[in-house]
Design a protein around this ligand. Sequence first.
Ligand SMILES: [Fe+2]
Length: 312
Amino acid sequence: MPDPLVIAHLTDPHLPLGTPRIGDLMGKRALSYANWLRRRRRLHRPEIAAAIVADLKAAEPDAIAMTGDLVNFSLESEFQAGAAWLRDLGPPELVGVIPGNHEGLTRGFTQRMMRHWAPYLSGDDGRPGFPWLRRRGPVALIGLSSAVATPPLMASGRVGAEQCAALDRILETTGREGLCRVILVHHAPTEMSIWRKALRDRAALVDVIQARGAELILHGHTHRADLSWIDTRSGRVPVIGAPSASMTPLPGHDQGAWRRLAIERASNGWHLTLTERRVTRVGTLENGAALHFALPGGMDAGAALAPSAASP
Ligand SMILES: [Fe+2]
């Protein structure tokens, strides 16, 4: 049997890459900056993100998935500094990025983000935009954008009809190819967040996933080790959320971590072994328990809904 394909998942590092100037502090950005000064800057620490990145790089994964909220205020200066951070993380062929609600905090973010991160927001065709598609061995990585500028106090997301239609086509093609289809999206397409932070059109996204099938969904946004499911005709698809990659180990918060996802073919579908590498109070990294998942095996794997096959 060939070696498993290893994906490293990290999300929501909320790096301190830039400070808004007085003129930047309008509306939503002012609220976000106040929240940063009051709370977030003590929770999200760059030294923890650095330890996590060093550990991740030493593991030499086959692909790196970064599911958003690299920045805090959607400033041009943050995107510029974020590009250097991404280059340190790895080359664009290795690192696929999707934006979160903090990239999309204010209008015009797409242009600011694309100016600096385009190669990381692209598929194998080299064209920046969403959804992007990257084939890596037996795995199809599919990156969606749920980032949209929203009113103050809202952190909701939206994928939109155009991306849903493109995703439908990609899932069909890659499903026919027999690939393990892994969808990346910042906001969970399940009910993991309160309404003002939720994916507004998740029903439309779930419709596509149920119609075409998928094997795995990875998300960020909640800063928690989350697990939910979407039932499809070919089986239950795990929807897995990861903690922030910079969170200080404090009571009440999931400590900073990245996840190692090893995917290999199984007799009926795919087998996923998920190992969390989490930061300890002394700044080292340790393994969490390995979680094992039986992933669906494509649209031909079975017509009936299969029961959950996860085990701790
Ligand atoms: Fe976040």
